[in-house]
Design a protein around this ligand. Structure first.
Ligand code: FAD
Length: 517
């Protein structure tokens, strides 16, 4: 196609954190955006992270000061933008003799405190573990610890909220829709792309100005197999896995343990009743659509837990494992744990001149900054696009006064006196001010509809389908919420049956690609 009538300015491939971040930023700057995601939002790496908004203390060892500074400064930006799904988290770092000397950790924490700007997060310090609540669950040989603060985020909800924010600024979000081919125009003005809707095997053609490859670990194969006329960049794919076990300790701080191999492993309070332990760094060359924890990774994490906690665990204690693949920049020579977590934005032109932008690498923590830089980089194509705007804008539901979640929840308790406290807490932390949309027309507990499992009622399911692109029981139980951890096995089938019977009747957040072309 050689005319310059475009269906969209940008076609973004990939509905992970980087794709939806770019979609929201670009739509907010006035660009016409279409995003396609071949599965569910956050079905790739972005739901399988350790869920930290962090500078990455250990990256200081590799002299990655620029990356750490940029990441540290994003902590409070995101805390202010989404105080419902982002919260401060304190880490206890026990001294492990023979791994890193205490003075090195003190220097690292001094830099950590001062590199990236910090207003709300407390600074670092040291404590005695002996006789303290923090030492109680730990091997008694661990006597001293340092502590510092970062933030925790519900990663899959961060993706969903960015997608909602993009939609509300005019973007079209197509889930279960794969980009199968992008062909540069002969005159170099844009791309002819083909999308495949996996729900009905329908193919749609679209003419777009710029293609953005935000396919995470699939980025390299997207460059080789989907986008014609551009050079592929080799990525280093590194799997990381977590195990989830019944909770190992009774406070709401996290631990960061130093293993004898110098790797660090986190133990983080998770979903009220559990502890999440991870992660690993394993080079990966398997099927990206089916990433699971290897026996070796599970054994490593069990062994780590047993090294530091007094209560031993075995594989029978594991209630869930999840794994993701890091798309990393960098050669094959370094050890996986040493490969940089920084990102690169590759602007390429096909021989005809058509422009494609690839996101290579990155972290959840830096997604907003990455998205801002990506859209700014496209200024040369869209010189009419507006200015960067996301640094001070709340994410959907995040417009909470002074980002004070506790006062917000106290007010909600008065507004919804009939809502049981655990449900109120969960809704407030998942939906923020959008709780009023979730509970629109609901005046008492019966109006919530039938429960599928403790805490999951029809009304929330309806909201997730109509506002957040949820289509399957898995989308709801394992990504939009983590209620799968608390549900019985039969819940999945019951919920899926209900969705099959009802979802069509109340419409979905997705739009048909036909409406765009
Ligand atoms: P993804 O989330 O994988 O998204 C890419 C999407 O593209 C996928 O959903 C895929 O389905 C889709 N796609 C691929 N091909 C196509 C196509 N042809 N058409 C349509 N869609 C397509 N970062 C942090 O900041 N903090 C952490 O604590 C942290 N912990 C981590 C722990 C682990 C174990 C791992 C693996 C990573 C961690 N990260 C962390 C890094 C972070 O999770 C990733 O950098 C980030 O999620 C990558 O997001 P993405 O959007 O680039 O990729």
């Amino acid at each position: 196609m050689n005319n310059n009538v475009f269906d969209a300015d940008l076609l973004i491939i990939g509905g992970g954190i980087n794709g939806v971040g770019i979609a929201r930023d670009a739509a907010g700057r006035g660009l016409k955006v279409v995003l396609c995601e071949k599965g569910d939002l956050a079905s790739g790496t972005s739901s399988a992270s350790t869920k930290l908004i962090h500078g990455g203390l250990r990256y200081l060892e590799h002299y990655e000061f620029k990356l750490v500074r940029a990441a540290l400064s994003e902590r409070e930006v995101l805390l202010n933008a989404a105080p419902h799904i982002v919260r401060p988290l304190r880490f206890i770092l026990p001294q492990s003799p023979g791994v890193r000397p205490a003075w090195l950790i003190r220097i690292g924490l001094f830099l950590y405190d001062h590199l990236g700007g910090r207003e709300r997060l407390p600074g670092s310090g040291s404590i005695s573990l002996t006789g303290s609540a923090y030492g109680a669950p730990l091997n008694p040989s661990l006597q001293k610890a340092a502590y510092y603060s970062d933030c925790w985020v519900d990663d899959s909800r961060l993706v969903a909220l960015n997608a909602v924010g993009a939609l509300e600024r005019g973007a079209t979000i197509l889930t279960r829709t794969q980009c199968v081919h992008a062909e540069p125009d002969e005159n170099g003005e844009g791309w002819q792309v083909e999308l495949l809707d996996h729900r009905n095997d329908k193919r749609t053609q679209m003419h777009v100005r710029v293609v953005v490859n935000a396919a995470g670990p699939w980025a390299e194969s997207c460059l080789s197999n989907v986008i014609d006329g551009v050079r592929a960049t080799a990525m280093r794919l590194v799997r990381g896995s977590h195990i989830v076990v019944p909770k190992m300790f009774d406070h709401d701080n996290a631990y960061i343990f130093q293993n004898p191999d110098r790797r660090i492993v986190f133990a983080i309070p998770y979903e009220r009743d559990f502890t999440m332990i991870g992660t690993t760094d394993d080079d990966f060359n398997g099927d990206l659509d089916h990433v699971t924890a290897s026996q070796h990774e599970v054994d490593y994490l069990i062994e780590t837990s047993n090294r530091f906690f007094t209560r031993p665990i075995s594989k029978d204690d594991i209630v869930w494992t999840f794994s993701g693949v890091r798309p990393l920049l960098g050669g094959s020579g370094d050890q996986a744990k040493e490969v940089t977590r920084d990102y690169r934005l590759d602007l390429q032109k096909a021989p005809s001149g058509s422009v494609a932008l690839s996101v290579l690498g990155g972290k959840i923590t830096t997604y907003r900054k990455l998205a801002e830089q990506a859209v700014t980089k496209l200024d040369s194509v869209f010189n009419t696009a507006g200015k960067a705007w996301t640094a001070t804008a709340a994410l959907p539901g995040g417009d909470i006064a002074d980002a004070d979640i506790d006062s917000f929840i106290a007010k909600l308790a008065m507004e919804f006196p009939w809502l049981p406290d655990d449900l109120l807490q969960r809704y407030a932390r998942a939906y923020g001010t959008r709780i009023r949309v979730v509970l629109d027309g609901v005046a008492n507990i019966n109006d919530l509809g039938s429960p599928f499992c403790p805490g999951l009622y029809e009304c929330e399911v309806r909201y997730l389908v109509t506002h957040e692109w949820a289509e399957t029981a898995e989308d709801i139980l394992w990504r939009r919420t983590k209620l799968g951890l608390h549900a019985e096995q039969t819940t999945t089938v019951r919920l899926q049956d209900w969705l099959n019977a009802h979802a069509d009747s109340f419409g979905t957040a997705s739009q048909d690609a036909k409406g765009i072309a």
